[in-house]
Design a protein around this ligand. Structure first.
Ligand SMILES: [Zn+2]
Length: 307
């Protein structure tokens, strides 16, 4: 890949020559959380400068890219564009190797959050979107679990296999687990990258044993735009979804998870949830007041001077 530190941010991104606009896109016609189709267009470009619109569902407050890349185009994006683009944005090399130190620190922190819920009877763990396996490997060792990792990126899965994890190259929505279930499922720094959050969580609910534990974390969209006082800077083509505490909790209720513990990460950006299987409430929705508040905050950030 090209040198990532030369020139301005805009020049570095332009040097990648990734033509986002001409990639195959698809329109989102129904909200993934509540199914309605009354949307509010919040923004018209993302933090890289690509012409990507973020929409909010007027009923439930879910924020998502619309239109967005088709699955094949996302596949090509992750296979060669994603890491160089993030490197160009930050002006330093970020790849499957350099992220490992960061991943080890993340794994150690999150293991402490999970520890009170990891009983002796637990034997198996599935890591969805687990990249190079650093986190799954740490959890497997720490809690005495046999770890399986599923991820669509072949090179990263290869690294995970070398750490002694069972690996699957693919997507959890599509893979046939033939009745296999897991005592722990972890979805780390992945929820915002999914193409179907509701479908994935419903699938996970089926894959979890009765006494099982789900760990999932999100980039809190409100934290992301409030900290930079810019909504556009919180939008990036690599994230089809922009979750908030209100929308994530509604997703968990709707797909049958009870939240046992929440954690505001030390970076003040991520929010984590430790959950156990509960009864799905398919029509669970965020409090309508949270939708009004989100749209009010977006307009304030777009129009009021930074405090
Ligand atoms: Zn909705």
């Amino acid at each position: 890949m090209t040198l990532t530190s030369a020139g301005t941010r805009a020049e570095r991104i332009a040097a990648l020559a990734y033509d986002y606009a001409s990639q195959p896109h698809e329109a989102v016609t129904a909200c993934n959380l509540c199914g309605t189709s009354m949307f509010v267009v919040l923004t018209h470009r993302d933090r890289y400068g690509y012409p990507a619109q973020a929409h909010a569902c007027a009923r439930c407050g879910l924020v998502f890219l619309n239109p967005r890349l088709k699955p094949d185009a996302y596949g090509r994006f992750y296979d060669g564009v994603y890491r160089p683009l993030v490197s160009a944005f930050h002006g330093r090399l970020i790849d499957a190797r350099t992220i490992q130190a960061e991943q080890r620190e993340y794994a150690a922190e999150r293991a402490e959050l999970l520890r009170p819920f990891m009983g002796g009877a637990m034997r198996t763990m599935l890591d969805i979107g687990g990249s190079t396996g650093v986190v799954a490997h740490h959890f497997a060792r720490e809690f005495g679990l046999r770890g399986t990792l599923i991820d669509p990126a072949p090179l990263e899965v290869e690294q995970a296999r070398s750490l002694g994890l069972d690996t699957i190259t693919g997507l959890v929505e599509e893979h046939d687990f033939s009745g296999q279930r897991f005592d722990a499922v972890i979805i780390c720094q992945t929820a915002d990258h999914l193409l179907d959050v509701r479908g994935t969580l419903s699938r996970v609910r089926q894959l979890l044993t009765d006494g099982g534990i789900l760990f999932i974390d999100i980039v809190d969209f409100r934290a992301a735009f409030l900290r930079n006082w810019s909504v556009e800077d919180a939008i990036k083509i690599d994230h089809p979804y922009y979750l908030t505490d209100a929308t994530m909790r509604a997703y968990l209720q709707a797909t049958g998870f009870d939240v046992l513990r929440m954690d505001y990460a030390a970076d003040h950006l991520h929010v984590s949830y430790v959950c156990r299987p509960g009864t799905p409430r398919a029509d669970a929705l965020p409090d309508p007041a949270s939708v009004t508040e989100l749209l009010r905050e977006v307009r304030q950030v777009q129009n009021a001077p930074r405090p």
